[in-house]
Ligand binder design. Structure first.
Ligand code: NDP
Length: 283
């Protein structure tokens, strides 16, 4: 078997087109503010890409770049200003923050209505009780890619490798809400390969290059590779050994070009949703 490669760039393009069209019917364009603290090169690339896509979709976009030595109080003051700014519908603080800053406290200070990254406790709580509103972008993007394969999640066994608040946990909730039976593996799981071999849908979100080999995958499974790992030669790879697993799976996301573009597309979608809600004064 040779798996279908799920083209995240194409799926993201379609989603962005729909987002742009929906945004045109609003009185004013959705407004996104992205806060970057310090000079982490990878974060600078991600923030730049978000700005480019926001611009293409006709969103109002502002990037606030703060020095690495920014204090907790100074950062909170910036967030408070954005929370109060009526032209800002969505606030994203690019992670990771410099180590002297308390990321949890910063995320908690974002007004839940403007939490387009879906990472505040309020957003996580709504997702946990089955009333998702602003869902973390990478998990939401993964669900979109799974839907694009046409696989029926109802009754399927989905296995998630990883349990971070940004990826593993929220995607497990979304899969469960789509009526999959979900197993979550983490660093203490014994023999994860025995569990992944039972998966109809396998999500790898660990951060270990090519950890998932062909012998970890059930023939015909759908495999979503969230991992982004940089190898010694500078190239990127995921958590899945793509070429080997493609011989076994029915569909697989490449790295790059799989989940990555969807993360930005879902950020734009969340910003649109937040803007629609604010412009129509929905609770
Ligand atoms: P974290 O480091 O926060 O979490 C990693 C998770 O993997 C933890 O839950 C950890 O378990 C688990 N884990 C570690 N080792 C193993 C193992 N041997 N077997 C099973 N589970 C293991 O990472 P993130 O969730 O933030 O990111 C995961 C990957 O996804 C990274 O490569 C990151 O770069 C990428 N990523 C990609 C995005 C995209 O847009 N494509 C967006 C966000 C992340 P434990 O909880 O026990 O420590």
């Amino acid at each position: 078997m040779s798996a279908v490669r799920i083209d995240g760039r194409q799926v993201a393009k379609g989603l962005n087109r729909a987002t742009r069209e929906r945004a045109l019917s609003l009185t004013r364009p959705p407004g996104l503010a992205v806060v970057l603290v310090g000079e982490d090169p990878a974060s600078e690339v991600y923030v730049r890409r978000k700005g480019i896509v926001a611009g293409r979709l006709g969103f109002q976009h502002q990037q606030l770049t703060l020095p690495a030595a920014t204090t907790q109080d100074e950062l909170h003051a910036v967030i408070d200003t954005l929370n109060a700014d009526p032209s800002v519908d969505g606030i994203l603080v690019q992670l990771p923050l410099p180590s002297h800053l308390d990321s949890d406290a910063v995320l908690e200070s974002i007004h839940p209505d403007k939490d387009v990254d879906g990472l505040t406790p309020a957003s996580a709580g709504l997702l946990a009780i089955g009333r998702p509103l602003l869902v973390p972008c990478t998990p939401a993007g993964c669900m979109h890619l799974i839907e694009a394969t046409g696989v029926d999640l109802s009754g399927a066994h989905a296995v998630v490798l990883g349990r971070s608040n940004i990826v593993g946990r929220p995607i497990a909730r979304l899969l469960e809400q789509a009526n999959a039976t979900v197993t979550v593996c983490h660093s203490r799981t014994k023999h994860p390969e025995r569990i992944t071999r039972e998966a109809d849908v396998l999500i790898a979100a660990v951060g270990r290059p090519k950890m998932v080999g062909a012998d970890w995958v059930r023939p015909g499974a759908v495999v979503i590779d969230v991992g982004i790992n940089r190898l010694a030669d500078g190239s990127l790879c995921g958590d899945v050994d793509t070429d080997a697993v493609a011989q076994v799976a029915s569909a697989i996301t490449p790295v790059p070009g799989g989940v990555g573009p969807m993360t930005i597309a879902m950020l734009m979608r969340n910003t649109l949703v937040a803007s629609e809600r604010r412009q129509s004064n929905r609770p």
